[in-house]
Design a protein around this ligand. Structure first.
Ligand SMILES: [Zn+2]
Ligand SMILES: [Zn+2]
Length: 85
């Protein structure tokens, strides 16, 4: 297992399925595409709509292209980026 990236910050999350462990499978909250409190990824960085992510479950690191503009509504559903509750 890789160590967590030093940029990993629980305050910057993205709700994207992990391609390695698929830990969201069987989760009702994830199935409704809601912001699940258990299954989220560290948002290490992003360039436009390309997200650099790390999975807290299996520590897999990958890039995810959202095809959304950074200011569009769908983007805000995928990430909680700089917004804290
Ligand atoms: Zn994973
Ligand atoms: Zn979930």
């Amino acid at each position: 297992m890789l160590p967590l990236d030093p940029q990993a910050d629980p305050g910057r999350r993205a709700w994207v399925a992990c391609p390695r462990c698929n830990d969201h499978q069987g989760c009702a909250t994830c199935a409704e595409r809601r912001t699940c409190a258990t299954h989220w990824r560290y948002l290490l960085s992003n360039v436009g709509s390309l997200l650099h992510l790390q999975c807290p479950t299996c520590t897999h690191v990958w890039d995810h292209e959202t095809h959304f503009g950074a200011t569009r509504t769908p983007w805000e559903r995928i990430t909680s980026g700089l917004r804290r509750p």
